[in-house]
Design a binder for this molecule. Sequence first.
Ligand code: NAP
Length: 269
Amino acid sequence: MTQQYGIIGWPLGHTMSPTLHNWGFGKLGINGVYDAFPLEPTDVSAFMERVRTEPISGMSVTIPHKRAVMDSLDHITDRAKAVGAVNTLYWDGDTLCGENTDVVGLIAPLKKLDTLPNSAMVLGAGGAARAAITGFKELGIDDISVSNRTAEKTQTLANEFSVKAVAWEDRMDAAPELICNTTPLGMAGDMETMTPWDKDRFPAECIAYDIIYNPLQTRFLREAEEAGCVVLSGLEMFLHQGLAQFKLWTGQDMNEDGARQLLLNALKS
Ligand code: NAP
């Protein structure tokens, strides 16, 4: 029987997840199909019942359902608990589980660096910022700060994760070794020309990491590169969170290089 997988979110605009997972099923000869399921917030509970009663083998979960699904699960991994959000549903026997693969996805490109940064500033205080802080702590980065447009959310997140809060207007006065943009500033569309950092304020030799992957090179990354920084694109996060989901669902590894090329081609088309 064909195994059903998919992604829930609202609004569920264009997503590259079906492209990635269906390619993986095809390459590995797995009888699976991955579809997009746009799902309004009021329909989450009913959908979670469907997950239990229909032959659904796994699900990706995106904005705004990452917290809402947690009430309907039998088990939540420690990492997902630490983030406070679930982006992956999977079965362990009859147990419906929730994991957060955004964390492993986000730290994957950092693990490939020769030297890890000692300090990091996270820009934004939403779901991705929570994954970033959790991941940076896993990597052993001691000096973590967060800065967000809405001051109240900065302080709430800083308190919850025991990291430093930096006022949004003061963010560029700091000199972190890693700056991680988790805001949508620079994303394709209305915000594409925007950036969360002034081009003449990058600390020397810092790492600029933008978790946006469309466009591949945001204004933030372009200006950071011009300033001599090491730059990391959000495509690596997207790729690795997807590879980790695929492994949880099938027990198999997708070919990383092939999957990266697939996504690059999809973004260029
Ligand atoms: P979210 O929960 O909605 O949080 C967005 C954050 O960005 C909030 O803290 C918000 O600040 C801030 N923000 C929004 N508009 C802003 C603006 N004009 N100026 C300054 N700050 C602004 O979203 P999320 O789930 O964290 O996702 C954030 C981004 O990460 C999205 O662009 C998403 O595409 C990307 N993402 C990428 C991957 C990947 O695999 N590469 C995975 C997940 C997410 P306020 O609190 O002030 O509203």
